[in-house]
Ligand binder design. Structure first.
Ligand SMILES: Nc1nc2c(c(=O)[nH]1)N[C@H]1C(S)=C(S)[C@@H](COP(=O)(O)O)O[C@H]1N2
Ligand SMILES: [Mo]
Length: 325
């Protein structure tokens, strides 16, 4: 069969080692692209191989569902959640990450936790994953661009990690730094953002139990395009606050400079809480499109304050959220 062996002679796993869903998805995407004529000549085999690799790598990762963190909305289809992505390190089109993130190597992986902590540590992925019990949580995540998804994540509260490293009295913020490796991330060639991608939270936000350090989704390890092998998921903030493929976590005295704030400060503030009353300078934030629901007659959903996670409101008591957008 065409996608059996790649040009370097590396075997693609036998069909029996690939989850049926993965086989189905990769074939379907591939056939659709063929039909659309968006694959030409020699690129054909290479793309099929890369996609088969990206999809077949999916490794099971299961955890008990924590019903205290489950939204009632229907989860987004796995196919949508893994082919409609923002991950600029692999390109700026929604489909770029699913096509090109196959070159990311999520193992071996090291995460450095440093800065204003009594116990700085450098951990491999397994040690980081074992810091606290994993659980499944179903969260809404809303992109600042006006669309949202519902995803069953697997991870633990970032607060668990904070407890282990013991922040000093000087720690007021947490900075999350994504890998920036030109060899693995073709998007770094274009200066759309300042690399590495950096995000940040105030320490009390990072300590909120909703803030999740995620290692998986849909019962599997994170697909590369969704931020393998470890990312943040901060469901009450716009999606860009949830940094993917994290290599460094730094506790700081001062508010970190963040990638989107550097690139367009008038559009992306440090807080970026989901807020239907504060429009983006170029569009309204009052409504959103749920990915998978977007037919011609489908009504947009009303965006909720804090994306519906009203329990975080006390973190911002007394703050003018129009000023601190
Ligand atoms: N390193 C990195 N993290 C990132 C991004 C990115 O471009 N680079 N995009 C962000 C944006 S804008 C969104 S909406 C979410 C998308 O996550 P998803 O693709 O898993 O749905 O990831 C966020 N994390
Ligand atoms: Mo986003």
């Amino acid at each position: 069969m065409l996608i059996k062996r790649n040009p370097n002679g590396i075997d693609i796993p036998f069909a029996s080692e690939i989850t049926p869903r993965a086989v189905f998805e990769s074939r379907r995407t591939f056939i659709r692209q063929l039909a659309l004529g968006s694959i030409a000549g020699g690129a054909l085999l290479e793309m099929a191989t890369r996609e088969a690799f990206a999809q077949s790598a999916a490794q099971k990762l299961s955890a008990k569902t924590n019903s205290a963190y489950v939204v009632m909305d229907k989860p987004t289809a796995y196919k949508d959640a893994t082919t409609y992505n923002n991950f600029y390190e692999f390109g700026t089109d929604k489909t770029d990450p699913s096509h090109y993130a196959g070159s990311l190597k999520p193992r071996p992986w090291t995460i450095a936790i440093e800065g204003e902590v009594k116990k700085p540590m450098t951990l491999d992925l397994d040690s980081l994953q074992k810091l606290a019990p994993l659980e499944e949580r179903i969260y809404r995540l809303r992109c600042v661009e006006g669309w949202s998804m519902v995803i069953p994540w697997i991870g633990y509260s970032f607060a668990e990690l904070i407890r282990k490293v013991e922040p000093t009295g000087n720690a007021k913020y947490v900075e999350f730094v994504t890998l920036a490796d030109k060899k693995q991330m073709p998007g770094l060639r274009s200066p759309v953002l300042e690399w590495p991608y950096v995000e940040g939270l105030r320490l009390d936000e990072a300590n909120h139990p909703l803030a999740l350090l995620a290692f998986g989704m849909y019962g599997e390890v994170l697909p590369n395009q969704n931020g393998a092998p470890v990312r943040m998921v901060v469901p009450w903030k716009y999606g860009f606050k949830s940094a993917k493929s994290i290599v460094k976590i730094r506790f700081t005295k001062d508010q970190p400079k963040t990638a989107w704030n550097i690139s367009a400060p008038q559009e992306y503030g440090f807080y970026s809480n989901v807020n239907p009353d504060v429009d983006h300078p170029r569009w309204s934030q009052a409504t959103e499109r749920r990915i998978g629901e977007d037919g011609f007659f489908t009504k947009k959903r009303k965006t909720m304050m804090f994306n519906g996670y009203s329990e975080v409101a006390s973190l911002y008591a007394g703050m003018d959220l129009k000023k601190f957008y």
